[in-house]
Design a protein around this ligand. Sequence first.
Ligand code: FMN
Ligand code: ATP
Length: 297
Amino acid sequence: MEYIKIEGQFPKFSNCAVTLGKFDGIHRGHRKLIQKILEHKKEYGTTSVVVAFVSDRQTILTGEERRLLLEDMGVDVLLECPLNEQIRHMKADQFIRQILIGSLQASFVVVGEDYRFGYERKGTPDLLKKAGLKYGYETEIVPKEMDGSRKISSTFIREELKKGNMHKISELLGTDFFVAGEVEHGKGLGHKKFFPTTNLVPPKQKLMPPNGVYVTVSKFGDTEYQGITNVGYKPTVGEDFLGVETYLFDCDEDLYGKDCIVFFRKFQRPEHKFASFEALKAQIARDIEAGHAFFEK
Ligand SMILES: Cc1cc2nc3c(=O)[nH]c(=O)nc-3n(C[C@H](O)[C@H](O)[C@H](O)COP(=O)(O)O)c2cc1C
Ligand SMILES: Nc1ncnc2c1ncn2[C@@H]1O[C@H](COP(=O)(O)OP(=O)(O)OP(=O)(O)O)[C@@H](O)[C@H]1O
C-alpha cells in the first residue's frame, strides 16, 4: 500500500475508486465503504484510495495501526490529510473539482449517507452525486450500518471504550480493539519477582480503555498467545508512562524487540495499588486463573 501524508498539494493519480472520511477506528460501517472500493478495483481495475482526514485529537487507532489495517485489507493508497485551515475552508465544489477530479481523477466515489465535507459542512452525498453526473464519476451512497437502533460511529466506539466495554467494541469494530507496537523492556521486576511479561507503550495519541486488567490475545506474526494484560501506570511500583503489560500463557520465548498486536477481549478488573508485592503477586495469579477460565468457556 502506498501511504502519503498530504503536506501541501494532493498527489496526482488516475482512475481512482475513492472513499472519504476520518476513518478513526475502522468500524463495520467503514469496512462496508472500503469493501465497495475494493470491489470496484476488482471489477474495473481502478486504484482503491482511502482519503482520511486527521486532526490532532486522540484516536482509537494510531496512524500506524490504521496503515497496518488498511494494508491488510488490500487498499492501494492511503492519503492522510490534516484537517488544517486550508482544508476546513475549502468549499465543497472546490474540493470535488480540485481533489476528486483534478488530483485523483475519480471514477467512483463512495461515502456514508450522512457524510458531510467542505466549508460549513455544505458538501453532501447528494452534491457528490450531482457533480458525478457532470464530471463523469459514479457515486455510491451507503446506508448507515446499525447496531440495533443506533448508527455505528467512531463517537459510539469512543463512548464504549471509556466504559471498557470490550465485547460491545468488538461487535462495533467487527474485530477486537487492539494495540500494536514493539515489545520493550520493563524494569525487569516482573521476571524476578512475578511473572515474565511483554511491555508495549502506546503513543499518547492512542485512546485507551480504562486502566485495569484485560483478557487478551497477543499476535506475533502468525503466532498467537492467549494472555492477561495490565493497562496502566502500575501504581504498586509506580511508573511514569502508561504501559500495556501482558503475561502470555504457555510462552517461554524471548520476545523483546518483536512486533506485537494485543487484542482486547474482556475487562477483568480495575488496576489497584497493592500494599505489598506479595499481595499483587497473589492477585495476578487469580487474574491468570480468570483468563484461563475465559478461554475455556
Ligand atoms: C495481569 C497483571 C495484572 C497487574 N495488575 C497490577 C495492579 O493491579 N497494580 C499494579 O500496581 N501493577 C499491576 N501489574 C503490574 C506489575 O506491577 C508489574 O508486572 C511488575 O511491577 C513488573 O513490572 P516490570 O515488568 O516493568 O518490571 C499487573 C501486571 C499483570 C501482568
Ligand atoms: N455506520 C456507518 N455505516 C456506513 N458508513 C458509515 C458509517 N459510519 C461512517 N460511515 C461513513 O464512513 C466514512 C468515514 O466516516 P467518519 O470516520 O468520518 O465518521 P464516523 O465513523 O461517523 O465518526 P464520528 O463519530 O467521529 O463522526 C464517511 O463516508 C461516513 O459517512
